[in-house]
Design a binder for this molecule. Structure first.
Ligand SMILES: [Zn+2]
Length: 437
């Protein structure tokens, strides 16, 4: 089972938009590129809204059948570990093995020594094809990196083998993710990590490092775009090097856990995949849920009233809703409109505060982020929410498809600059600046 060059991870909190999401991949096909859909939903999300992975699978299957999609598609058990993987085993065929919690825990000293002895090829200045200067790994850095990551990769091996026993070798796509941790991994660390992954015999097809900068949920990237571009190109060069040296799968590529809507780095991602003739997996999170709210608000009457009610509830419970996402949201309480004000809003006022259009003066990122983490409110509403989704399917589907295609697929995979974001040139990045903030 092989993941294509370009793939997009789409989240669908309530398993109602698979068809609208797949429409976006069909638009890509019409534009001349193949973008493989991967429906991802993490264990955390399933737990928050009391859903089961089987529902994600059946809505994906139904969408594929309804639209006659003949290319591959996958269901991603997103951010799983040894204790949470079980309920995903039967229905998923893409597994994001999350080792972030194990980073920094030391492996057995003997296994660290053995790793360092086995990998003397990693010491020195390593020339990477496609970048102007190599990366330097000293014996001290190799040892320190093994101390920091080897245990985590050994855990990834255990999780991988558990999945392999259940599903059979080669019948699923394994990813290793390290994005939900405190500090970004440098390209040198990534190369060492890939050597360890090869030692564990995990045939990963995607790897998700943590990049520098902030990847807040549903809003734009906060950080140095030039630095991101340079870092990503070095990561791609390191991956290409590791494929050749360690026999990792030839289609191994970066997985960018974007948290959605990282518009300002999309041109850099596009430039890098072109430059390195490689692919990328763009994992988007919950903006489909926000498009549902946008569509409901746009529909007026009952839909708008429900959208306002969800905001009022989210406002009242903001502390509790934000807590699990503290490291990936930046809400300015002063910028949150009062529920009383919002109650007086028209459809247009609501949607223009919510829609991620940075050119619009009405766009309110704090309002958007609070609603982003507010899906638990809708989950509690149960059929009241789902019935309105179904009643307003057409307007919601249009928002979902348009958002995914125009704002994500077109800039990342087609290099279209609808959003007017500047295109950084990673070749101008200072490669001697190997420290990653
Ligand atoms: Zn992630």
């Amino acid at each position: 089972m092989t993941l294509g060059t370009y793939s997009i991870g789409v989240g669908d909190r309530f398993a109602h938009q698979a068809k609208a999401q797949l429409e976006a991949c069909m638009l890509a096909q019409k534009a001349g590129i193949e973008v493989i859909p991967v429906w991802n939903k993490s264990n955390r999300e399933h737990t928050i809204i009391s859903s089961e992975p089987a529902a994600t699978r059946s809505s994906a299957d139904a969408a594929v059948k309804a639209l006659g999609w003949t290319k591959p598609y996958f269901c991603d058990a997103d951010h799983i570990n040894l204790t949470t993987v079980d309920r995903f085993l039967a229905v998923c065929d893409f597994f994001t093995i999350d080792v972030a919690d194990y980073i920094g825990k030391p492996a057995e000293p003997a296994s660290i020594d053995a790793f360092v002895d086995r990998h003397s090829e990693l010491i020195g200045v390593i020339d990477l094809e496609g970048v102007p200067s190599g990366i330097e790994i000293t014996p001290a850095l190799l040892g320190k990196t093994a101390e920091k990551f080897l245990f985590a990769i050994q855990e990834a091996g255990k999780i991988y083998r558990k999945i392999e026993v259940s599903k059979g070798k080669g019948s699923f796509i394994p990813e290793v993710s390290m994005d939900e941790t405190d500090s970004a991994q440098t390209p040198a660390e990534l190369l060492i990590i890939l050597a360890a992954i090869a030692d564990e015999d995990i045939p990963i097809q995607t790897i998700a490092p943590k990049f520098s900068g902030r990847f807040n949920k549903g809003v734009d990237y906060v950080g140095d775009v030039e630095q991101f571009a340079g870092e990503m190109s070095l990561d791609m060069a390191a991956i290409r090097h590791a494929i050749a040296l360690y026999g990792l799968p030839a289609n191994l590529k970066l997985s960018v856990h974007s948290g959605s809507d990282k518009f300002s780095i999309y041109p850099a991602i596009h430039a890098a995949i072109k430059e390195f003739s490689t692919g990328v997996h763009l994992k988007t999170a919950g903006t489909t849920w926000l498009e549902e709210i946008t569509g409901l608000a746009e529909s007026g009457s009952h839909g708008l009233a429900l959208a306002k009610e969800i905001y009022a509830e989210a406002f009242a419970h903001s502390e509790e809703l934000c807590a699990p996402y503290a490291t990936v949201i930046d809400i300015d309480p002063v910028r949150l409109p009062s529920p009383t004000d919002v109650n007086g809003w028209t459809s247009d006022q609501f949607t223009s505060a919510l829609r991620h259009d940075q050119r619009s003066p009405a766009y309110n990122p704090s309002f958007r982020q609070l609603l982003h983490v507010g899906f638990k409110i809708a989950a509690k509403m149960g059929s009241r929410y789902l019935d309105l989704l179904e009643a307003n399917e057409a307007v919601i589907a249009r928002n979902v498809t348009e958002n995914l295609y125009t704002r994500h697929i077109a800039p990342v995979f087609l290099g279209r600059q609808e959003l007017g974001a500047p295109r950084p040139d990673f070749r101008t990045w200072d490669y001697s600046k190997k420290e990653i903030a």
